[in-house]
Design a protein around this ligand. Structure first.
Ligand code: SF4
Length: 356
């Protein structure tokens, strides 16, 4: 198994990187698109960024929005025609609550586009599980609680939901296929002492990877760091020990639990990644990334309510450059480090490139 979470994947798409600056004139298709098919979800996680009032992400989300069946088919037709490489279904809500997800992934399975989904795992059953197992590239299930009682507290769901999700995970692995099943372990003060043992359990269940991530509690990096400071060393040590004891050629542990400053501070004035991995919302608006979705004030780059996605994408390049991260994005940004790498690549002095 190669590296699943490396930040360097984009460097396999050099033409795309070279097309990004305004002066190149070219607009190439996104490499990867996140589609939020629905904003409905049966879980109610206390930290859910789409529901928390103090986080800019999701501030304008309408939980009743979903992409109509015919519009989804039109979007997927466009992505095939454009040459988009990958689609990830994500929230807003849980993609497996979208009534037309099965139609969408059946359609994608007939195309060269790779597909994946984020989910809480509670509906990972039946035909949709079958098609993901055999045709999907990966699925990632977010988990926080470590047993029925804690899971019910985190998500405001009935006791027993955790057991159902664990059973779904085991059943999914028993379906066979090549789909990588990953777990996103969201760490906060309550579950910090369970990280090592839970990773052991997940490995024994046959999952392919675990991503250890901090629970985000504020738009402010310093506030997040202060929240995690009392548990920081404990989580880092548990993760380090888990990597040493459990990771091998079939099981990757990705430590994404770190001081958050490097995901908040930005000193660049345009965002490369919004041309690489944009978001189509359930409201049919186009957002630059998963960290600004449903923020109409400074996260909207356009809409496909009255036009096709391909027509939107290949029109006027200026729309990609109107978001100034140093002004508009002083909050969590999953792409910050990737943006900095791409910008450093693009700003290398052409007269000196050969002096590698
Ligand atoms: S800098 Fe980050 S938060 Fe801002 S638009 Fe780009 S990816 Fe999104």
């Amino acid at each position: 198994m190669g590296l699943l979470y490396t930040k360097l994947k984009i460097f396999h798409y050099q033409a795309k990187i070279d097309s990004l600056p305004q002066q190149s004139k070219d607009i190439l298709p996104p490499v990867h698109i996140r589609i939020k098919p629905t904003n409905a979800c049966g879980h109610n996680c206390w930290y859910c960024a789409y529901k928390a009032d103090n986080l800019q992400l999701g501030k304008d989300m309408n939980k009743r929005d979903f992409i109509p069946k015919e519009k989804m088919a039109e979007i997927l037709d466009d992505l095939v025609e454009m040459g988009v490489k990958a689609v990830t279904f994500s929230g807003g809500g849980d993609p497996l609550y979208y009534p037309y997800l099965l139609d969408a992934v059946k359609k994608l399975a007939q195309t060269p586009i790779k597909f994946a989904s984020l989910t809480n795992g509670s509906r990972l059953q039946g035909e949709v599980a079958e098609i993901f197992a055999h045709r999907g590239t990966w699925l990632r299930i977010s988990i926080d609680g470590w047993d029925d009682e804690s899971y019910a507290r985190y998500r405001n769901v009935k006791v027993g939901e955790f057991t159902k999700v664990m059973n779904n995970i085991e059943s999914f692995k028993n379906l066979g296929g090549k789909c990588y099943l990953s777990i996103s372990l969201i760490v906060d003060k309550e579950n910090a002492g369970h990280v090592y043992e839970f990773i052991r359990r997940l490995k024994n269940m046959g999952v392919n990877s675990v991503k250890v991530s901090p629970c985000i509690v504020s738009n402010d990096g310093a506030v997040n760091n202060a929240y995690h400071q009392p548990i920081f060393d404990q989580v880092k040590e548990s993760t380090r020990k888990a990597v040493a004891d459990f990771s091998d050629g079939h099981f990757e542990i990705f430590d994404s639990y770190h001081a958050l400053d490097d995901k908040f501070k930005k000193d660049y004035d345009w965002c490369p990644y919004l041309q690489i991995l944009p978001v189509i919302g359930a409201d049919l608006n186009i957002y630059p990334c998963q960290d600004k979705a449903y923020n109409l004030e400074d996260g909207l780059i356009g809409t496909i309510k009255n036009q096709r996605f391909k027509d939107f994408w290949f029109s006027d390049k200026n729309k990609f450059l109107k978001i100034n991260p140093s002004v508009n994005c002083n909050h969590h940004c999953i792409a910050n480090e990737k943006n900095k790498m791409v910008l450093e690549y693009l700003y290398a002095d052409s007269e000196h490139l050969s002096f590698v």
